[in-house]
Each structure stands twice: as structure tokens, then as C-alpha cells.
Ligand binder design. Sequence first.
Ligand code: TYM
Length: 329
Amino acid sequence: MKTLFSGIQPSGVPTIANYIGAIKQFQTMQYDYESYFCIVDQHAITVPQDRLKLRERTRQLAAIYLASGIDTTHSTLFIQSEVPAHAQAGWLMQCISYIGELERMTQFKDKSSKQQDGISAALLTYPPLMAADILLYGTDIVPVGDDQKQHLELTRNLAERFNSKYNDILTIPEVKLPEYGARIKSLQEPTKKMSKSDSNQKSFVSLLDPPKQIEKKIKSAVTDSEGIIRYDKENKPGVSNLLDIVSVLKDATVESIEKDFEGVQYGEFKSFVAEVVVDELTPFQERYEHYMNSEELDHILDKGRDQANMKAQKMLTKMENAMGLGRKR
Ligand code: TYM
């Protein structure tokens, strides 16, 4: 069976963009692969985090994965920092990365330009750690949103570089983007991507927002003055974004939604979008509460840590052997 790996940072409560771009793909793909889902807390600390909030979000993210249908009788769910091989292999990947290629990463450029009190070195070396996450499991496929495409390209390059320099042991992973909704936009600035760490709460719908708040946020989404519900990413990014959201959640084509809403006012359309999101999230939030309040969560994470450790440690040993580290094992 081929292997799937993906990760989410506990840097905020995941949004409907994370859900549509990544999590929804996990539910459907997991059974076709040996699947690993990771809470990448070591990635989250590349920018300052409050210690207690990070702990809470890590736990929340575990419950979110489970509520969204990750089945741990089949798949492995674990926390990155509980599997030391990630940081160890991250170091090996840093040793074969070039500063120039890391400086070219758009996410580094974005995040470092926003950082006010000094840019951590780890913000630059984030992609080699992400490569390690993936390569440790012999991963064939990585389902992610569009913003991770560049990191995946670098991961492939690093794997190829390692294989040709040392020993041909790393699998070259493929990226898997969703057909629709690979880049959901901010509700307030629809030319920017929706982000869970945005300081403007109105710009995103979090998976844990109560129905009233979801309605409020969607009703205040920025659109345009044309008054026609039509998909045109270039000239109508706000309306197109709402169409993308509905289309993925309702599993309907954009054309059919445009047709259903011909001649309808934006206000009415937004109420419909809000209803679709609330309908998707209400049962999800009930399952989330169940996992948050059960002891099962810790047992699942313990089991995931042990399974991931076993697999990752084997590959780390192979990588260290290939590079001549320590004594031959
Ligand atoms: P993160 O935590 O920012 O996002 C988690 C997943 O959500 C996707 N995503 C989006 N999809 C559609 N529209 C958006 N606006 C949007 N914003 C985010 C992301 O593409 C991602 O799939 N570096 C990764 C975490 C990571 C990882 C990994 C992923 C670390 N190691 C190994 C895969 C494999 C990140 O910051 O994702």
C-alpha cells in the first residue's frame, strides 16, 4: 500500500479554508493509503506562541482531525514534537539545503516581512523540517492546499539531492491539490488567502465558530457593486470565493449554483452560503465536543506517537547511515 502524509500547524483554530483545501481530502483519501496525519507543533513555534495556548490548540487540532473523520483504526494521528526523528531528520535536511533556495520561498518572504521583533532562523529553515516530516515515512502522496505547493517542490528537490549524493533511499513524493478550493480567500480581503493566524477575526470562519458568528462573518464578506452572482476570480474575487466554498461543501458545480441564484441579491446569497457552512459545521462541532471531553483522545495520541516513532526511527537510521553519522547500525 502506498503512503500518505499531511500536517497542520496548531497556530490557530483551523478555518474552513484548511477544511476545504486539506482536511476534506484526508477523509476521502485515507483508506486508499497507509496514512499519517500530523499536528506540526514544532512548525508553529517558528513564530512566537503562547505556551498554554499552543498546548490547548494542539489538543483541539487532534479533536478536529478526529471529528472530521480521521479513522485511527486505519490511520495514524500524532504530534510532531513527540516523535524526535522529525527534528533530527530536519537537521539532516538543513545540511543539504541552500540558503538561497530557502530565501526564495514565498511563505518565508511573507512571514518574515510581517515579523516585528526579529525573524527566527527557524522561519528560514522551516521547509527542510517539512521535508523531513514527509520523507521519514517514505511518503508517496501529500494532500495540501495550493500555498504548500512550493514547499512540496523543494521537498522533492531535497529528496533527489539526498538520493544522488548519498544513497537512493528516499521516496520522491507527489503533491495532491483539491480540484476546487485549493486557495480559499479572506472574507475581508478576497485577493489574499484565508489564514487561521490572521489578526482580523472577520476575515475567516473558524471550524469552531458558533452559528451566529458564522452568519455574521459571511454576511459581512466583501463582494463588489455589480450585484450579479457570477464566477470571475479576476474581477469578482469575493463572490467567486463564496461560490468556491458552496461548491465544495455542497458538492455542486459552480455553474449550477450560478444558475440557481440568477437574479438573486447578494444578501440572500450570503444567507444561503452561511446556512451551507453552518449545516456542515454543526454535526462536526458535536463530534469535536465529544472527543475534547473524552479520555480517548490521549489514548489515540499515545498510540499514534508509538506507531509514528517506529516508522520514522527506521528511516532516520537509514539516513544517518547513508551520511556516515555515528557508528554503523
Ligand atoms: P497550515 O497549517 O498553514 O495549513 C494546513 C492545510 O490547509 C491548507 N490551507 C489552505 N487551503 C485552501 N485555502 C487556503 N486559504 C488555505 N490555507 C491553508 C494548507 O495548504 C495545508 O494543506 N507547512 C504546512 C504544515 C506542514 C505540512 C507538513 C503539510 C508541516 N509539515 C508536511 C504537509 C506535509 C502548513 O503550514 O499548513
